[in-house]
Ligand binder design. Structure first.
Ligand code: ADP
Ligand code: ZN
Ligand code: ZN
Length: 809
């Protein structure tokens, strides 16, 4: 086709038509990237469709075709369009977010100072703004436009730059940024046809020829293992025609250790019933299921059986799992069952590894993908099933850029592909269970643990009753320490859970009573003893441990509050004979450390494990018989309507870590609110009790799942401007709502209000919440607001649209 419609990777909502020169036409198909001119720049575009003609205007020509093969199938474009519409996000940016990172070529602008600019700098007569720009660029010779804008805190910087360019004081030029992700090529050696010249044969040369003859094709890397000097030896052999050296694209292998194949066990009665229920409707197309089954009830085995069915039929399967620490386990089980039919995608892959997993899918080399949230975009064409394990997990929600929820998208993609979608969890989200209640989802239930292992017994300990000699709260009560002792004496492992890292979490000035807060954020800093600093967990800013109170300059700062680091040091003092490890963000930031800690637990090289929620997720450690929860109510008081739900899920999940092996587990849950319904439900591990108490409150306040919400997050470094802009956005929304006639009573617009964390990284934060039972209504209202001429983009102010928000702070 002579024309194509293209989504450009820029923040524009519509797609554009381009002309394809004759010689490039055969390379253009949907899913392939092209380099296109856009205004003065060159940017990446994604081909959506071919077009016979172009009416009413002359289309610009594309500059280049960037891929040999489509990066995604044509059928996925409809999915991308749905996402763009629902999340109010530009289509090109949706596709960019869906693809592995590093797939983007565009012009980057660089600025340098002209001769005239230099001369003017020496003479006088520059405005302060002009002088600032020139002074910034000059020492560096040139800098990127982006960098310049960021460093000159000038609100009219764009106009200023344009004027200075016109007056020939600066020079703006473009350089094409290349893809960061590269296809890996390797050298392979194959037998030659007939030697053209005869050369002398050494022992090693003969060995190479024999190997090549035997294998017919061998990679140079493989050959090097046998003959380390091979790279130098093959050249003359190739020149003389004995062998051929070819370059071929290869896939990087991120999987590390190989796994032993497993044999599928005989399903239990319950598992069998669940599998049958789904299979019986395979031919009916889309249906969503909630597989609710307590921890250890065999959900993963159900997933694997269904995936087996699907790939037998020649279709493909997407399996989503929460962030990193869990993937190692489920991934291993899938690889043990399905071998190299599986691609794996998660956040600790390098850019190149990620690219290769994606290519394996796009080139149909695999039929299963297992991975974290972005795997929902996997470029499969004929999807037979989508599975979301631990569907309640918040890591399915992306919190930057395209703020999507992979769990929700799984249902959308399943509908588009007419295939079943299975959401599984021991502690389902309120939203998914409400979908069961409303008969939108079918429920599949697993109610007994494999091997009948009973759930652990949970004891609540009221923290209010325990003070030390000086009247401070006890962090580790006698009950808990007694149980730990007992557990250690039996030779078992104990897991101590606290969802807060660091040593002292609320350092306080003893002279003026203010807490030590971050210079750039409206949050208290945390003392990290191991690092010898106070740290801000939002922006990373550090203060020395010897810091003085920023308000009164006193040096008496008391390290109040406790985190995992403190609990670890207390454990060390209380149980000097025990081997300890700590697992939190601080101890797992380096690549490979997570796996190392998990292994040391598995191999029973540690007795006590202190950790944050990282430990709560899906691990199966048979020797842990005791779980101690230091403070069950930490997340209960957060200003978020899901605080109760999160707390319940977290506690139930942590408790589920105890007693996965032969002996029954025990959980000691310390809390300040033993009578709270969330804590009580968690103690009983009773999801229904939690759900039934939670639902009336959500209904009364019109919170999800009884309404749809869009949160508008407005931030910037100038407080007054942010506040004014937030007011303008709210006014515009309210004015648009007035025009909706009868429907207007169906929408609530709350705010603008200051966010509960008022400042992060020197940016002030305001919010507006739009709520309605109708998703279409909130969506159309916010879209109309964004299109309103009054809401032009303001420099220095960021407006983020968060559809179905998770993080309300
Ligand atoms: P869940 O995902 O619900 O927590 P798993 O699928 O991890 O549960 O199962 C718990 C354990 O039981 C695993 O070690 C698994 O290998 C084993 N298992 C699962 N199904 C069966 C079965 N039908 N027969 C024997 N063992 C099983
Ligand atoms: Zn002070
Ligand atoms: Zn900070």
């Amino acid at each position: 086709m002579p024309y194509i419609s293209v989504a450009v990777s820029l923040p524009v909502m519509k797609s554009y038509t381009y002309k394809v020169p004759d010689h490039l036409q055969e390379f253009c198909s949907p899913g392939v990237r092209v380099l296109v001119p856009f205004g003065k720049r060159r940017v990446t575009g994604y081909i959506l469709a071919g077009q016979e003609s172009c009416e009413g205007f002359t289309a610009k020509k594309i500059l280049d075709v960037l891929d040999d093969h489509p990066l995604f199938p044509e059928s996925e474009i409809l999915f991308f369009k749905w996402i763009s519409d629902y999340y109010i996000y530009p289509l090109g940016d949706v596709i960019k977010a869906a693809l592995p990172s590093g797939f983007d070529r565009h012009d980057v602008s660089f600025v340098s100072v002209t001769q005239k600019g230099r001369a003017r700098l020496d003479a006088e007569g520059l405005t302060p703004g002009e002088k600032q720009v020139l002074d910034y660029i000059l020492p560096k010779e040139s800098c990127s436009l982006k960098q310049l804008k960021k460093n000159c805190q000038n609100t009219t910087i764009n106009a200023l730059i344009r004027r200075m360019e016109k007056e020939d004081l600066i020079w703006v030029s473009s350089v094409l940024k290349k893809d960061g992700a590269k296809i890996k090529k390797e050298k392979f050696i194959t037998p030659g046809d007939e030697p053209t010249t005869v050369i002398r044969m050494s022992k090693k040369r003969e060995k190479i020829l024999a190997l090549v003859k035997e294998k017919q094709e061998i990679s140079l890397t493989g050959l090097k293992v046998i003959i380390p000097t091979a790279p130098a030896l093959i050249k003359p052999l190739a020149l003389a025609g004995y062998i051929k050296i070819i370059q071929r694209q290869v896939f990087r292998d991120p999987l590390g250790e190989p796994v032993e194949p497993d044999t599928p066990p005989k399903l239990t009665f319950e598992q069998e019933a669940a599998v049958k229920q789904v299979e019986s409707k395979f031919n009916l197309g889309f249906c969503s299921y909630l597989l609710s089954g307590i921890t250890g009830s065999g959900k993963t085995e159900v997933y694997m059986r269904l995936v087996w069915d699907v790939i037998e039929k020649g279709k493909q399967a997407i399996v989503l799992v929460p962030e990193i620490s869990l993937i190692s386990q489920t991934e291993r089980r899938f690889r043990a069952r399905f071998g190299d039919k599986t691609a794996v995608i998660h956040s600790s892959l390098s850019q190149g590894e990620r690219l290769d997993q994606w290519r394996k899918i796009a080139l149909k080399k695999v039929s299963i993908v297992i991975g974290t949230r972005s795997s929902i975009f996997a470029p499969f064409e004929n999807i037979g099933i989508i599975i979301v394990d631990e569907e309640h997990d918040t890591s399915y929600k992306q919190e930057t850029g395209l703020r999507y929820n992979a769990r929700d998208l799984a249902v959308v993609r399943g509908k588009m592909n007419a295939c079943p979608v299975i959401l599984g969890s021991a502690t389902p989200s309120v939203q998914s269970y409400q979908n069961v209640v409303m008969k939108r989802f079918e429920e599949l239930k697993l109610e007994t643990r494999i091997n009948q292992h009973p759930l652990p017994g949970i004891t609540l300990v009221d923290l209010k009753k325990y003070k030390d000699a000086r009247g401070y709260d006890r962090i580790i009560t006698p009950q808990l320490s007694k149980e730990i002792r007992h557990c250690l004496d039996k030779g078992d492992q104990a897991l101590i859970f606290l969802n807060r890292r660091g040593f002292a979490t609320s350092p306080l000035c003893m002279d003026c009573g203010k807490s030590l807060s971050c210079k750039y954020c409206d949050v208290t800093m945390t003392l990290h003893k191991g690092l010898n600093v106070y740290q801000c967990h939002f922006c990373g800013y550090n203060r020395s441990v010897n810091t003085k109170c920023p308000s009164c300059n006193s040096s008496k700062i008391k390290p109040l509050g406790f985190g995992t680091e403190k609990v670890e040091s207390m454990m060390k003092a209380m149980f000097p004979d025990a081997r300890l490890t700590r697992m939190d963000q601080d101890t797992t930031s380096r690549k490979g450390t997570t796996i190392k800690i998990l292994k040391s637990i598995r191999n029973r090289n540690v007795d006590i494990i202190v950790g944050t929620q990282m430990l709560a997720k899906g691990h199966d450690f048979p020797s842990i018989t005791l779980v101690g929860v230091i403070c069950a109510d930490l997340s209960l008081s957060l200003p978020d309507f899901r605080a109760g739900e999160r707390t319940f899920q977290l506690l139930a999940q942590v408790a589920g870590r105890a007693g996965r092996g032969q002996s029954r587990g025990k959980v000691i849950m310390q809390t300040y609110n033993p009578e709270h319904f969330i804590i009580e439900a968690a103690k009983k591990q009773d999801f229904m009790e939690f759900f039934q108490n939670e639902v009336p409150y959500r209904k009364a306040l019109m919170y999800p799942p009884f309404s749809r919400m869009i949160q508008l997050k407005i931030s910037g470094s100038d407080f007054a401007k942010v506040k004014d802009y937030a007011a303008l956005v709210a006014q515009t929304l309210k004015a648009l709502l007035e025009k909706k006639g009868k429907q207007k009573t169906m929408v609530q617009i709350l705010g603008p209000i200051e966010a509960s964390i008022q400042k992060i990284s020197s940016r002030f934060r305001w919010q507006i919440l739009v709520k309605s039972p109708s998703s279409v209504l909130v969506n159309s209202l916010v879209k109309a607001m964004m299109d309103h001429p009054k809401i032009t983009s303001k420099s220095g102010i960021r407006l983020v649209v968060d559809v179905d928000p998770y993080s309300l702070m």
